[in-house]
Ligand binder design. Sequence first.
Ligand SMILES: NC(=O)C1=CN([C@@H]2O[C@H](COP(=O)(O)OP(=O)(O)OC[C@H]3O[C@@H](n4cnc5c(N)ncnc54)[C@H](OP(=O)(O)O)[C@@H]3O)[C@@H](O)[C@H]2O)C=CC1
Ligand SMILES: O=C(O)CCC(=O)C(=O)O
Ligand SMILES: [Mg+2]
Length: 412
Amino acid sequence: MSHIVVPTEGQKIVPGQAIPNNPIIPFIEGDGIGVDITPVMIKVIDAAVAKAYNGAKKISWMEIFAGEKATRIYGDNVWLPDETLEAIQEYKVSIKGPMTTPVGGGIRSLNVAIRQKLDLYQCVRPVQYFTGVPSPLKDPSKVNMVIFRENTEDIYVGIEWMGESDDAKKVIDFLQKEMGVNKIRFPKTSSIGVKPVSREGTERLTRAAIQYAIDNDRSSVTIVHKGNIMKYTEGGFRDWSYALAKNEFGATEIGAGPWCEFKNPNTGKTITVKDSIADAFLQQILLRPAEYDVIATLNLNGDYISDALAAQVGGIGIAPGANISDEYAVFEATHGTAPKYAGQDKVNPGSLILSAEMMLRHLGWTEAADLVIASMEKAIGDKQVTYDFARLMDGAHEISCSAFGDAMIERM
Ligand SMILES: NC(=O)C1=CN([C@@H]2O[C@H](COP(=O)(O)OP(=O)(O)OC[C@H]3O[C@@H](n4cnc5c(N)ncnc54)[C@H](OP(=O)(O)O)[C@@H]3O)[C@@H](O)[C@H]2O)C=CC1
Ligand SMILES: O=C(O)CCC(=O)C(=O)O
Ligand SMILES: [Mg+2]
């Protein structure tokens, strides 16, 4: 039985057709702080759209279910109902709150499952400084990067077997007897994980990152990898990315290479394609952030880099993101369910609001998106901030999650 109530007003987004003035947008509330941030996001976005278009445009929100709320509605163990995935596919553009993933045993990540099942291969996470936001950097205004994180491959996808299980023993046996592997230090008790990284997966991600650099007049794309150690997976990602830059975008090597460059066909400006080994990269972004612009990286590196870079511009309370395929887009914040704050109307709704701001731009509703950015800048500039910023800002006025949404709306 369906538990999704389709709004009586509103239309579906149809690829190849103009975005309707009243699109139906599915949303997943999310676990933990989802109950706090999702309603605030909806209120702020509705206000921005109403203000920007004088009522001529409006989103019809349609709740769909996943995570703990789905188990309450659909029954035990129904974490990701089929009709939720079908709605994301049918309505094309949607937004989700965070969902809990237990550590060790228990269900595998529903967030990752949505990305895998719908092949949302780009995880796009812009990291940009807003004036007045507290930061550990001397000059955080130099941080302006967009992470393109591969979203469907790598050790992150969860192909692994628990140490001492029959399956782990079978895999270790195969590796030792058939593949000549003699480097597993403790074969009797090792858990084993598999890290698939493909040329196709790399190419489509790096293509999207380079195309983004072209479309948005960015100066460089940095391939971040650990290819010195994992030569065929992380190293493959680097080599396939450089090859794509040369073969598809006409990049040529600078000096002895491997860095290369090409002219942006739209602006004539040079775009440099370079690479950085992940450990060094994490210190470079702290010390010399101005040198990095668009980042293309694998799934696990991208996970770490997302939170690390977010910290440089105020933390994961203000870190938006989007999961994108050639057909669908699911917007979601970088952070998780922050369970200790759930239901307290305390946390920063900024990440989910900025994810919705990315969604407005994706729809071409730039006027409303601009209002979201401007009102957030004003609220922060007036030091009306949630606890996470208040504890790091002098003279800040700490307000609740919902009051921050209201402070934005008052400033639109
Ligand atoms: N895409 C998704 O849905 C994601 C889900 N998760 C899941 O979330 C659960 C909790 O993960 P955890 O590692 O604690 O990471 P979280 O991102 O949920 O929280 C870590 C810390 O980040 C800060 N934080 C997070 N969100 C906000 C916010 N909106 N405003 C202000 N501060 C915020 C808090 O810091 P402080 O304590 O300093 O106040 C919080 O304790 C796990 O089950 C994990 O798997 C994790 C990441 C992404
Ligand atoms: O799915 C999860 O529980 C964690 C995901 C995550 O950390 C991320 O996508 O950044
Ligand atoms: Mg993460």
